[in-house]
Design a binder for this molecule. Structure first.
Ligand SMILES: CC[C@H]1O[C@@H](n2cnc3c(N)ncnc32)[C@H](O)[C@@H]1O
Length: 483
């Protein structure tokens, strides 16, 4: 496998495709030309990219939950409940864990066991096993666009089946679905496999069908500084654009400090566009998504609603195109449809109330944006430099050198030497920068912010702050104060 950030040639793509479609029986039903013709009949209001573009033009923040169950009819019932009762603007189909690891035999057993039990024994929708026609039944049975959400390092067959199955948006990427999700899958393998995914989406685009792509923004979802998640989002956007993707939603996991989160969303959009234009991808539409707090949640449902509402308010004030909603069952597991709908409705209330208030630019916001842009440029530009002009090679070397280092990632491909913690206002800073290629000014900025907190709390800067911050929101706080 030779990894280069170059559009896959048809001959190579087609030879890979023959193997991919044999991975499960439903792959045999994929017929690209037939699928293109099917997509051409999908009404505009059910096309994910169209709805995102309209929201961006109108300055609206669309609301989308996560949701997925084992059986088709139950999944359809769930999705319609989340629209009719929950008022969701966009729908997901969250894929189950077996499918995410290509374990289709176990997914098949899960379907059979769920039928016997009369309830979902899978933690998501096993789209590959259901196949194209049942995926189409899902999409034809709801009246808003539906996106495939998952965490699949090798998502090639899942893409083939679900896009042919009528889904019009697809989440994930070769970095964002590897490093936070797996123990030791080689990064060059997942970047290569996701080049296939993006090349397939590019082929649909060239046939006149726009499929929205969304790199997974939050990564480990725990105190990930904006510059780290931005760098991965920008790299995955560039890799996707090279394969012909034209509609990209870049994402960010809410950290909790309003100024930092608003600065993060706004710089994410501007930096992604800046790098796409820098490399000649002028016609890619960029939108943003804020994920409501992805870390530990309060068990108490009322407190959970507080966290959900803060995420809703942040998304609205940041002007995010979309917000991914949490539920009051987050601390327990897969939510009931009622709990899922209630999280959406609470979010809708905040987003609607705040529709006419965008956060005005104030000096703190400008400083935060400037810092995020400087930090992100340090990382992305060093990554490009390491690749001697090839971004894919540069990414591999950046992870090896700790130039990109995702906090708390399980993967051994990741250095794991960077430690974030909150400053005295709750903004996420670097307690330990390790090998991140920052200027001394940037390092001093973070050090001073952490020193400010240490002085206020009358304790030394230490890893204990990291631990306290990880549990803080679950305990009803933002900054993990010592008592
Ligand atoms: C990325 C992790 C997030 O996805 C959520 N999640 C995972 N599977 C499902 C599911 N099947 N239904 C609803 N939410 C889900 C989980 O609760 C967590 O908030």
């Amino acid at each position: 496998m030779e990894l280069k950030n170059k559009k896959l040639e048809d001959e190579l793509f087609n030879s890979i495709r023959q193997d991919v479609l044999l991975q499960w029986s439903t792959g045999n039903d994929v017929d690209f030309d037939e699928a293109v013709a099917y997509h051409k009949e999908i009404p505009k209001h059910k096309v994910f990219s169209d709805k995102l573009i309209e929201a961006k033009e109108q300055g609206n923040t669309l609301i989308q939950p996560r949701a997925g169950v084992a059986l088709v009819d139950k999944h359809i019932e769930l999705l319609n409940y989340l629209v009719n009762e929950g008022e969701a603007d966009l729908l997901p189909t969250t894929i189950d864990s077996y499918t995410r690891h290509n374990r289709y035999h176990e997914a098949e057993e899960g379907i059979n066991e769920s039928r016997k039990a009369g309830r979902s024994l899978l933690n998501g929708f096993p789209a590959v096993n259901h196949g194209i026609s049942l995926c189409r039944k899902v999409n034809e049975s709801v009246n808003v666009p539906v996106q495939v959400r998952h965490g699949t390092p090798d998502a090639r067959l899942l893409t083939e089946v679900t896009i042919a199955g009528g889904f019009t948006s697809y989440e994930g990427g070769g970095i964002s679905y590897n490093i936070p999700y797996s123990k030791n899958i080689p990064l060059d393998k997942t970047i290569y496999d996701w080049q296939y995914v993006d090349r397939l989406i590019g082929k649909y685009e060239e046939a006149g069908i726009t499929i929205n792509r969304e790199p997974f923004g939050p990564l480990t979802g725990t105190l990930v500084p904006p510059c780290i998640s931005h760098s991965v989002a920008i790299i995955e956007s560039l890799l996707a654009a090279e394969q012909g993707v034209k509609n990209i939603t870049v994402g960010y996991g809410q950290c909790g400090n309003l100024i930092q989160d608003i600065a993060a969303i706004r710089t994410l959009e501007s930096l992604t566009e800046e790098y796409l234009h820098k490399f000649g991808y002028e016609d890619v539409v960029v939108t943003t998504v804020l994920h409501q707090w992805m870390g530990g949640f309060p068990q108490d449902e009322s407190k959970a609603f507080g966290v959900i509402s803060w995420g809703a308010a942040t998304a609205a004030l940041a002007g995010a195109t979309k917000v991914i909603v949490k539920t009051p069952h987050e601390a327990m597991g897969v939510p009931t449809k009622e709990a899922n709908a209630s999280g959406i409705k609470a979010t809708k209330q905040l987003v609607t109330m705040l529709r006419d208030q965008q956060m005005v630019s104030i000096s703190d916001l400008k400083l935060e944006k400037d810092m995020i842009m400087a930090e992100t440029r340090c990382i992305v530009d060093k990554t490009l430099e390491l690749g001697d002009g090839d971004l894919a090679e540069g990414t591999i070397r950046a992870f090896q050198a700790g130039v990109i280092d995702i906090p708390f990632a399980p993967s051994r491909q990741n250095a794991g030497k960077v430690f974030p913690a909150r400053d005295n206002t709750g903004a996420v800073r670097f307690l330990e920068c390790a090998h991140l290629p920052f200027t001394q000014d940037i390092k001093s900025y973070h050090h001073d912010k952490m020193k400010e907190r240490a002085d206020y709390e009358k304790r030394d800067m230490s890893f204990q702050m990291v631990i306290d911050d990880i549990y803080a929101i679950g305990k009803g706080k933002l900054v993990g104060r010592p008592r």
